[in-house]
Ligand binder design. Structure first.
Ligand SMILES: CC(C)(COP(=O)(O)OP(=O)(O)OC[C@H]1O[C@@H](n2cnc3c(N)ncnc32)[C@H](O)[C@@H]1OP(=O)(O)O)[C@@H](O)C(=O)NCCC(=O)NCCS
Length: 181
C-alpha cells in the first residue's frame, strides 16, 4: 500500500489488474472527456499497465489502483504521474483519477484526490502539483476546485480545450492550517 483514505487504500498496479483496467477503459462514458478513444482489448490494458510499471521504475511515481477496503474491489485509479507530454514547454506532477462508472457519485474521486495531494506534498516533498481537465468535464473541474487547486490559463492538447490547475506546497499548507481553524 502507498497510502490510504477512510474507505480505500491505494496500491501500485500489477498486470493482475488488466481485466479491471479493461472494464474501466473500454467504457465509452469513462472516455467521454478523455478523447473518446476507449480500449477494445485486454492486451491494450496490459500495455497501459506496463507503461505505468515502467514509470514506477524510472521516476518512482505513477497512477495507483484504488481498492475499496470493505471488499477489496478495484474501483479505478488515482494518484500522481510525472507528466512529460501534456504540456509543450514543461514537465510536471499531474493529479488524476478515473473510476469505473458504477462507483461514480459517491465522493470517491474527491476523497482519493485529497489524499493524493497530501501524499505528494508531505510524503514526497513535491513543491507543486498540477492538473488538466477537458473544459466540459464539470465533475472534474468541481473536484479540482473543491480540493483547493487554483485554476490558471486554459490550454489545448490534441485539439481539446482544457482547464489548467496548479497548487504549490505553500498554498496547500496554508489551506490545511485554515481548515484547522
Ligand atoms: C470525474 C470522476 C473521476 C468523478 O468521480 P466521482 O467519484 O463521481 O466524483 P465525486 O463524487 O468525488 O465528486 C463529483 C463532484 O462533481 C459534481 N458534479 C458531477 N457532475 C457535475 C457536472 N456536470 N458539473 C459540475 N459538477 C458536477 C458532483 O455533484 C460532486 O460534487 P459534490 O460532492 O460537491 O456534490 C468520474 O466521473 C470518472 O471517472 N470519469 C471518467 C474519467 C474522467 O473524466 N476523469 C477525469 C479526467 S480530468
Amino acid at each position: 500500500m502507498i497510502f490510504e483514505t477512510d474507505r480505500f487504500y491505494l496500491r501500485r498496479m500489477t498486470l493482475a489488474d488488466a481485466t479491471d483496467m479493461f472494464i474501466l477503459d473500454s467504457n465509452p462514458n469513462v472516455h467521454r472527456y478523455l478523447g473518446n478513444n476507449p480500449v477494445s482489448s485486454v492486451e491494450q490494458s496490459k500495455t497501459m499497465i506496463k507503461d505505468i510499471l515502467a514509470q514506477y521504475e524510472s521516476v518512482d511515481m505513477g497512477r495507483l489502483a484504488i481498492i475499496r477496503k470493505e471488499d477489496q474491489a478495484f474501483v479505478g485509479w488515482s494518484g500522481l504521474k510525472y507528466e512529460r507530454q501534456l504540456r509543450d514547454t514543461f514537465d510536471y506532477y499531474d493529479l488524476g483519477y478515473r473510476l469505473k462508472e458504477e462507483y461514480w457519485g459517491q465522493g470517491i474521486a474527491t476523497e482519493v484526490a485529497k489524499a493524493s495531494l497530501r501524499y505528494g506534498f508531505m510524503d514526497r516533498n513535491l513543491t507543486k502539483i498540477c492538473a488538466g481537465a477537458h473544459v466540459d468535464n464539470g465533475a472534474s473541474a468541481h473536484i479540482l476546485t473543491k480540493i483547493g487547486m487554483i485554476q490558471k490559463d486554459d490550454f489545448t492538447f490534441e485539439n481539446i480545450l482544457c482547464h489548467w490547475y496548479e497548487l504549490t506546497r505553500e498554498e496547500w499548507l496554508k489551506q490545511q492550517s485554515m481548515d484547522e481553524c
